[in-house]
Structure formats: structure tokens, C-alpha cells
Design a protein around this ligand. Structure first.
Ligand SMILES: [Fe+2]
Ligand SMILES: [Fe+2]
Length: 390
């Protein structure tokens, strides 16, 4: 760790707690911690366990290399067939008719006026989640047996990782440019949040284990498909059909990605059901953390909670969606009818098969018990205006 030592606290020690990079060590000396400014202010939960997949299982992924080419890469679209952000945005090219661009921006801003603040909080949160894409590509490349070991590796898993990232890159790009043009949001605060989020990374508990990693991505792709699908629905209700089309188009990409990741895990269930069901139970016990759970804007230490709370209130992504996703994946992977499992595997099977009803019951109880009135919090993305949170 890079640290410098001194007897009196340097000036930075007097700064606000989030900027304070000076700590008192066991000798009573002040030391400068250069990492602190770049680390999340909250405790990371899943740092201890790494490389948890038994090394011989790497052979499974080598064996599946050919299978992945013919069964997974087919869920990608060739670049020339892909939509691009420009297809949905005012065209800024100078063609002798620059007013056309200004006119389109004006229309976009007129439509954007009709949409309430809390919708923007959710749309911005979704956009920031997409824009932290470098973190997700890093995460995929930590998984043993499927990494891109050179940066341009020709193995199917690496081709998937890069092409998946390239497809995903259009999501944040489109939403970011769209939101910039609306004039409804504070882009400086949004950009700051993206920088913090990429700096902080994520803590999903993947343990470099592709079983856990692909269970996580199956879940997440479905979650993002639901979330973008619901922002599309709400945009339509607010009369903005173009924004509805943007969110709906992104949602359909997420569904293609979901199909690929779900298929990988289905194959693991076919080849190695015991370890796969144990991995599923292990991941569900940790709970699937959202990719942007470490988001911070330099002001609100509960920003992710506030964003998810508004998403829950608007019905964009809810606890019941979480339970629905689990049920859908269990049925896609036919977990209930798995046979020939070890005692540990059967225990894992029982646990995951009973989990969705338990989540729903718990949520019902929370709703019944929670009679607190909604409170309002300021959100920097919308210039500090207040939104109601649960
Ligand atoms: Fe995406
Ligand atoms: Fe996705």
C-alpha cells in the first residue's frame, strides 16, 4: 500500500470526511492513504473468496469452446445489422440544413418537459448503470477459464465478452446523449457519478468462478430487460413515443443477452448439475447485488438506495421482479426436476426452489409493517430537486 507517514495531520486531514485521505496508524502517526479517495465509503462484502471453482473444471469451459461458438455467438448481432445511437437522436451532421437538427432538439425538449422528475431519476440511474460498462467487462474477464487473455483472444468466450461489451456500449451512449439533449438533468453531477462508479467498481461476489459469474449475468440481463422495458412503458404513458422506442430497443438487446447467458448456465446444469445447483444456491444466499450498487455523486452516500427506491415506487424494478426472475430462471434450468444430486446438491435444490415464495412473503410483510410516510430527498442529478422515496 502506498502510504507516507507524518506526525501531524497534513491539511487534507482537515477536509471533509469523503476527501479525507489521512489515517492515524497504530504508532499514533498520521499516514497518507492514497487509495482512500478512490475506494467506496462502504464496506465491501465479498473480497475474501477468489478462484473458488476447482481448477479441473476449467476443462469444461475448454470443452465447451466449440459449443459456445455455435450456440452463444449466434445471440450476437453483426455490427452492420446493429442499431446505433444516432438512429434515435437528432442528426447533427451539417447537410446545409442545420436548422433541422435544432428543430429536432426543440421537439425532443418539448416532449421531455412532460415527463416528471422521478422518471428522470430512474432513467438517469439506468443510464449510469449502463455507462459503468468498463467495470462489467473487467468483471467478466476475472472469470477463470473464459477470460480474454490477450485483449483480442480468438476463443469463443473472449469473442463473446468483447462483442457483448461493444453491443452494451451503445446503451449508455444513447441514453447519455438523449439525456444531455433534454436539458432536464444536471449532466455534471451525472458525469461525476459515472466517474465515481467506475472508480469504485462493483462487488457482486463472483469469486472468479464462471458458474457464479454466468448465474449473475443471467439474472442481471433479465433485470435490465425488465427495467428498460418499464421505462419504455412509462415514457409511452407520458406521451413520449420516441423515448419509449429508445428504452424498448435497449430492452430487446438485454433479452438477447439474457438468452445467451441463460443458455450457458443451462449447459452447465446439463454437464455438471450438482456443482451448478450448489453455485446457484450460493449466489442466491449472497443475494444478487445490482451492478451499480456502489454509485455515489460526491454528496449522497445513499444514492443507490434512493435510486432503487424510486424505481420500486414507479414499478420500474421491484422486489417482486427479483422473485419473478428467480422463478423464470429456475424453470428455464428445470431445477426442480434435477435428479441424481449429492446430499449437498439436494439441499441447494430445496433452498432455491423455496426461495421465491419466501421473498414475496417477506416483501408483503415489509409492505404491511412499513406504515412510514414517504420521505423526500434531494437528488443531484435533477439539480437537487426533491423526490419521494420509500
Ligand atoms: Fe445494457
Ligand atoms: Fe445487458
Amino acid at each position: 500500500m502506498m502510504m507516507t507517514s507524518c506526525l501531524t495531520p497534513p491539511k487534507c486531514a482537515m477536509a471533509s470526511s469523503s476527501a479525507n485521505t489521512t489515517i492515524n496508524n497504530s504508532n499514533g502517526n498520521y499516514v497518507h492513504n492514497y487509495k482512500k479517495a478512490f475506494m467506496p465509503q462502504r464496506e465491501l462484502r465479498y473480497q475474501e473468496i477468489t478462484h473458488s471453482m476447482p481448477s479441473q473444471k476449467i476443462e469444461i469451459f475448454k470443452y465447451l469452446e466449440d459449443w459456445a461458438e455455435h450456440n452463444i455467438l449466434i445471440h450476437l448481432k453483426p455490427v452492420h445489422k446493429c442499431w446505433q445511437p444516432q438512429d434515435f437522436l437528432p442528426d447533427s451532421r451539417t447537410t446545409g440544413d442545420t436548422d433541422g437538427f435544432l428543430e429536432q432538439v426543440k421537439e425532443l425538449r418539448e416532449r421531455a418537459k412532460e415527463i416528471p422528475d422521478d422518471y428522470y431519476v430512474v432513467l438517469v440511474g439506468n443510464m449510469i448503470t449502463e455507462d459503468a460498462l468498463p467495470t462489467y467487462q473487467t468483471m467478466l474477464n476475472t472469470l477463470d477459464g473464459v477470460q480474454d487473455e490477450t485483449g483480442s483472444s480468438p476463443i469463443s468466450w473472449a469473442v463473446w465478452n468483447r462483442a457483448w461489451t461493444a453491443e452494451e456500449n451503445r446503451h449508455g451512449d444513447l441514453l447519455n446523449k438523449y439525456l444531455y439533449l433534454t436539458g432536464r438533468v444536471d449532466m455534471s453531477q451525472i458525469e461525476r457519478t459515472i466517474q465515481y462508479l467506475i472508480t469504485y467498481g462493483m462487488d457482486p461476489g463472483g469469486e472468479n468462478n464462471p458458474y457464479l459469474g454466468f448465474i449473475y449475468t443471467s439474472f442481471q440481463e433479465r433485470a435490465t430487460a425488465i427495467s428498460h422495458g418499464n421505462t419504455a412503458k412509462l415514457a409511452k404513458e407520458h406521451g413520449d413515443l420516441k423515448l419509449a422506442q429508445i428504452c424498448g430497443t435497449i430492452a430487446s438487446d438485454e433479452k438477447r443477452h439474457e438468452a445467451a447467458y441463460t443458455k450457458i448456465v443451462a449447459k452447465l446444469f446439463e454437464l455438471d448439475p450438482d456443482f451448478t445447483v450448489i453455485s446457484l444456491a450460493h449466489m442466491m444466499k449472497k443475494q444478487i447485488t445490482m451492478p451499480a450498487h456502489l454509485m455515489y455523486d460526491g454528496r449522497d452516500h445513499h444514492l443507490f438506495h434512493h435510486f432503487s427506491s424510486v424505481a420500486q415506487r414507479l414499478g420500474v424494478y421491484t422486489t417482486n421482479d427479483y422473485a419473478d426472475i428467480l422463478e423464470l430462471l429456475l424453470s428455464a434450468w428445470k431445477v426442480e426436476t434435477l435428479t441424481g444430486l449429492s446430499p449437498e446438491g439436494r439441499k441447494a435444490q430445496d433452498y432455491v426452489c423455496g426461495l421465491a415464495p419466501r421473498i414475496r412473503k417477506l416483501e408483503e410483510r415489509v409492505q404491511l409493517r412499513d406504515k412510514r410516510p414517504l420521505t423526500s430527498v434531494p437528488i443531484s442529478w435533477i439539480f437537487g430537486r426533491q423526490v419521494r422515496v420509500i
